[in-house]
Design a protein around this ligand. Structure first.
Ligand code: MG
Ligand code: ZN
Length: 235
């Protein structure tokens, strides 16, 4: 049996909405869009952008929790985790979002024990917050709060096969450092353009169906969908 390490993005991949965006839209003082613009135009790294945005939050812990508790995830994700663990794979979250929100959302689905690599949200006053980035890395090309490429490289160093599940720009770099990608949305386009081993998924219901192929190196299953045809690398 071939046990893989599965690295899974959170916002837009597991969660339906981008958690940070929802919190900023509802609770930020003015100025967060200007920071977003500076990031989009390349003047500000994503790490510094988010640090500045989180400092603009004006929200109590109760209000924050209430909002977080309304956020939904892909309903097939808990079953995907169970199937992955049953097959012997390790799964951890790699996210440029907020650890506190991710932990709270996953706990609601009895998944509060999954390892999480994300930015660290700290309450500094009744209505004020600060962001730390324990998984940032000096070598990071884009200075992300969480350098997913270093997370991927560290997972590769364990000599297990590594798979990434993701959807967007924060996953582009890591996709180049793993053995296989389950890709949604823009990550799917990126993988096609860069010729990265991947399969397109719409959600975790697809991912569950594809999981057995990871452990079976005899069949070399062909995975086809509307967008591409891919085979897994020899495990
Ligand atoms: Mg995402
Ligand atoms: Zn990086």
């Amino acid at each position: 049996m071939n046990a893989w390490t599965i690295l899974c993005d959170f916002d837009g991949t597991i969660s339906v909405d981008d958690v940070t965006d929802v919190l900023l839209e509802r609770f930020s003082r003015p100025g967060w869009q200007a920071l977003e613009e500076e990031w989009r135009s390349g003047k500000l790294s994503s790490r510094l952008c988010m640090q500045g945005q989180i400092a603009l939050l004006d929200v109590s812990k109760e209000e924050l929790d209430e909002q977080i508790d309304e956020l939904r995830i892909d309903s097939a994700f808990p079953a995907f985790v169970r199937a992955a663990h049953r097959a012997g794979h390790a799964l951890s979250i790699v996210s440029d979002g907020l650890d506190y929100a991710i932990r709270r959302i996953l706990a609601r689905h009895d998944l509060g024990n999954l390892p999480i690599h994300a930015n660290h949200l700290i309450q500094t006053g009744p209505r004020s917050w600060r962001l730390e980035s324990p998984f940032a890395d000096k070598s990071c090309r884009v200075d992300s709060g969480t350098c997913k490429c270093v997370c991927a490289q560290k997972a590769q160093a364990t000599r297990r096969h590594v798979m990434l599940v993701g959807d967007g720009a924060s996953d582009f770099c890591a996709a180049e450092h793993v053995d296989f990608v389950f890709a949604k949305y823009r990550l799917n386009e990126h993988c096609r353009a860069k010729d990265i081993h991947h399969v397109s998924i719409v959600g975790f219901a697809d991912a569950i169906d594809l999981l057995p192929a990871l452990t079976d190196d005899r069949e070399q299953p062909t995975i086809s969908n509307d967008f591409n045809t891919e085979t897994f690398p020899n495990a």
